[in-house]
Design a protein around this ligand. Structure first.
Ligand SMILES: [Zn+2]
Length: 336
């Protein structure tokens, strides 16, 4: 099978083709596992963190990718569900202990980091961590729902927002454009404010119903009750704390932050940014239940993922555009 593998940790400032196209044997499903013939796999910012070693895979080479959609090709022994031919997706959770806090468990293993992922024609995973995909979505549309959407959903729940309270989104890419639609559905009386550098992202946020868009350093016209940060940087964190309402909460939805602007944290001033019971909380990983719940909700509310597709062998280009380029929606690799 064709696969795009990461052979070594590199800096993307020096190398712009971190992944190599290789031919690998089709994996065999072990007991309780299924073999999936992948048709589409989303490209996530976390892949950049893996490539550059901020969340390094424990062994190399590895096939990246944790937003994989495909059809069940083969069942390992003991598997009764899903069935051969069924369409399923695999998200960031590859396996864990199955408990309600399995996202935080030391047994948590990530797809495309701790086990081979979806930048390939085939993928094996434990049957219980493959999710039926609702008919409302094409394979390509379903891909970003598996991480960008599901983790966005977890982040939104962690804000503790009440309907009518104001929500801010700092960064507006693959996840935030889904969270904005989700927020309108779950909190119809709440207004959404979007902070983004990129003009195209700002226009897109307006199109989707943001009441205000501006740069990260601009103060919002009103204080916000909760903000979700999906950027890799520190400046948006400090500025978001400034925009929070007393008692407000910032949820940081990023597996790792980059160090480039870490100095900006020295602008953090207790009185201005933290006083008045403001909180910062991270969102870590995802549970099986988060993905299952979100997929049903996404189908019920007819969420519209905005996607841009690339052939599998163009994964490097997709990753570099994610790092440098302007983003409208989510990037998805399609298999040959
Ligand atoms: Zn992801």
């Amino acid at each position: 099978m064709k696969a795009m593998v990461l052979p070594e940790i590199v800096s993307l400032d020096e190398v712009d083709t971190p992944l190599q196209l290789v031919d690998l044997p089709i994996p065999e499903p072990k007991p309780d596992e299924v073999l999936i013939k992948v048709t589409a796999c989303g490209v996530c910012h976390t892949e950049l963190d893996e490539i550059e070693g901020r969340t390094a895979p424990p062994r190399l080479p590895i096939v990246l990718g944790h937003e994989a959609v495909g059809r069940i090709e083969k069942l390992g022994s003991g598997v009764t569900q899903p069935e051969i031919g069924q369409r399923v997706g695999v998200g960031w959770i590859y396996s864990s202990d199955g408990g309600p806090r399995e996202n935080l468990s030391p047994h948590f293993r990530a797809t495309g980091r701790d086990a081979n992922g979806g930048y390939a024609e085939y993928l094996t995973v434990r049957a219980r961590y493959s999710h039926p995909i609702p008919d409302a979505f094409t394979d390509e549309q379903a891909a970003p729902l598996l991480c960008a959407g599901s983790i966005g959903y977890r982040a939104l729940r962690l804000t503790n927002l009440a309907d009518g309270e104001r929500l801010g989104l700092t960064g507006f890419g693959g996840s935030a454009h889904l969270v904005l639609q989700l927020a309108h559905h779950l909190y119809p009386a709440s207004s959404v404010y979007v902070f983004a550098r990129d003009q195209r992202a700002r226009a897109f946020a307006r199109e989707l119903g943001a009441v205000w868009v501006g740069d990260t350093v601009e103060p919002a016209p009103e204080l916000l009750h909760a903000i979700i940060d999906t950027t890799p940087a520190w400046k948006p964190v400090v500025e978001a704390m400034h925009n929070l309402h007393p008692g407000g909460r910032l949820v940081v939805n990023a597996i790792r932050k980059e160090d480039a602007d870490k100095d900006y944290l020295l602008n953090l001033n207790y009185h201005e940014h933290l006083w008045m019971e403001k909180e910062i909380k991270s969102v870590a990983n995802i549970t099986r239940q988060d993905i299952a719940d979100f997929l049903l909700l996404a189908a019920e509310m007819r969420i519209t993922p905005e996607i841009e597709t690339y052939p599998l062998e163009d994964a490097n280009r997709a990753l570099m555009e994610l790092k440098h380029g302007s983003i409208k929606g989510a990037k998805v690799l399609v298999m040959p």
